[in-house]
Ligand binder design. Structure first.
Ligand code: IMP
Ligand code: MG
Length: 178
């Protein structure tokens, strides 16, 4: 698996340090608000588990599955595959995402969550790829800004593979042609 990687873009240590910084920001912003962290499955699971442990205040977690992706390019077609289980009415919601690319998935997700009358909805994304943006949406908290390249690892997949790499990397070109 490691020999499919052309180069490492973000190391484990950089990720660890950045999570601590983001955790401190969220802790300061959400102290006393009992936020609910909503993870957008599946890519977020690694970031999600590290992130919630970096915010040592009372909180709740929930998940949604929404998808707009097949292979390496966004289809713009969005499907809700799994809904929330919690009632978010009047709650402070923090959506956690693996990567904000076109923004089509998140735009739809935020609009959907707002129909449930939460007190607030903010977005915390592990990666931001601003050059890919098609929808008018920005994150409130960003781990790292990345160039317009397809990346894998730390939860992000290429056709369901490479999610368990502990760092973020770029695949060798030959991997795509297999
Ligand atoms: P968006 O709707 O284009 O912002 O798509 C967001 C989703 O596409 C993310 O949650 C990822 O699952 C997937 N995605 C976008 N860019 C990449 C990438 O570089 N590597 C892996 N998955 C990606
Ligand atoms: Mg994905």
């Amino acid at each position: 698996m490691q020999n499919s990687i052309e180069r490492v873009l973000i190391t484990e240590e950089q990720i660890r340090n950045r999570i601590q910084e983001l955790g401190q920001q969220l802790t300061a912003d959400y102290e006393g608000k009992n936020p609910i962290f909503v993870g957008v499955l599946k890519g977020v699971v690694v970031f999600f588990s590290d992130m919630i442990r970096a915010v040592p205040i009372p909180s709740q977690i929930d998940f949604m599955a929404v998808s707009s992706y097949s292979g390496v390019s966004s289809t713009g077609v969005i499907k809700m595959k799994q809904d929330l289980t919690a009632d978010i009415t009047g709650r402070h919601v923090v959506i956690l995402e693996d990567i904000l690319d076109s923004g089509l998935t998140l735009k739809h997700t935020v609009e959907y969550l707002k129909t449930k009358n939460p007190a607030s909805v903010k977005i915390c994304t592990f990666l931001d790829k601003p050059e890919g943006r098609k929808a008018d949406i920005e994150a409130d908290y960003v781990g790292f800004t990345v160039p317009n390249l397809f990346v894998v690892g730390y939860g992000l997949d290429y056709n369901e593979k490479f999610r368990n790499l502990p760092y973020v990397g770029i695949l060798k070109p030959e991997v795509y042609s297999k």
